[in-house]
Design a binder for this molecule. Sequence first.
Ligand code: ZN
Length: 511
Amino acid sequence: MAEKLLSNYKKLMEKGRGLFILQSAVAVIHWDMETMMPPKAIKLRSQQLATLSRIEHKMSTNPEIGTLLEEIMRHPEYDKLDAVQKRNVYLTKKHYDEQTKLPEELVAEIAKQQAVTVDVWKKAKATKDFSMFKPELEKLVGLKKKAAEILMEVKETATPYDALIDIFEPKMTAETISRVFDELKEGLVSLLRKCENAPKQPDTSIFKRKVPVDVQRKISKALAKFIGYDVESKEAGGRIDETEHPFTTGYYDDVRITTHYYEDNFASSLFSVLHEGGHSIYEQNLNPEWIFQPVGTACSSGFHESQSRFVENIIGRSREFWVYFLPKLKELTGNILSDIDLDTFVHAVNQVKPSKIRVNADEVTYGLHIIVRFNLERDIFADKIMVTELPENWNQSYEDHLGVEIENDSEGVMQDTHWASGLYGYFPSYALGNIYSGQILAAMEKDLSNWRSQIAKGNFNCVKQWLIKNVHSYGNLYDPLDLIKKVTGEELRVKPYLNYLNEKYSKLYGF
Ligand code: ZN
């Protein structure tokens, strides 16, 4: 192969490597800010972050990257690069085009407006006053529309909203999402009605029992051990810290999660650790040969959610997991839960109950919260509805989808930070993650028909190894719709997820 082509490719990867290392350092600084930083450090921290972000921008828009990309792509022997090399070139070009085509003033204006909008959102949420939030949200949506129109050309999407979706879920379109979400909605609403009308209802009073925070920390460690997320040994690549909103950060050998501990709600930290643990084992098991390359990153936000929800819900809320873990939980909590039987506990962790707040939603109603948000975003960016009409549309949608009445905008349209933070196009990833997880489960069952009995024995490793081989190790070699096909042999389909839910909940609720 032409030497020039290979040496240019190497130079391109070298530039990318520096950027990945810098970004991983920024991630640690953000992590510190959320977990450890003393309050007085905030001013210094924002200066550090601003400087690093300027360096990052300079590195990622370096014209040398453009020249290298051009030389590589028009080289007569370009086709001799292998699939991984081509994917690296493609992903580098995509990132470079996005970074260079957006005018710097617009990027700065958006960053500034985001900070203002988040600040006003907090105040407006506290006082339940959408009219205070509205003008800032209108400005931010306007700026994001401008950016989306530019990105639309770079990403070659049909609509501005598709360009925003592409940031989180590459090559996914609102048209495809609308189609699968319509089917998902129908399936979820029908399942919800069945659960609501079922004779067997769960007793969730056990979750009110107080479990001391230091005991909950031990439970977290036991859960991490179960999924093989090492936070204790000398070789550990993970750790668990505490923040109000749990998150995962890092990749490869340094992946950290956070959780929160409420004495009167031990289930909250328990499932958040399983959820974030699912994210973390994905990041830790990307192909080790690809570190610091674009292919050595996760496929998409939706795929990330498919992995966290797989561990949290498909494994963590299964009867088999509790066959193994309930005795452990009883041991750790002394006499607090000693009288609870397995069936009561498993039904309780799978309670289905429509609610107003997304983050508290159960497995069945969660998707409906997302569908409401997706429909509104799509219509806002297609100029079909105005920001001022959001509360009315939100409240009506909640009544139609979940049958709940929203009393004020703080428990309605202002509940999430995403829109104030400018994260448009992000919400669909959550429900797409559920859909992917259903397909992944169906594929896994063909290879690992005894996975449930293995989990009941406390062996998660067989599931984990299957996920590593079939999902994690592919990193970012494929866009999500291609990866789901690679993993399952099928196109994106809602049925497997609905089948999984129906089978599980019909047993629990007795319908
Ligand atoms: Zn998540």
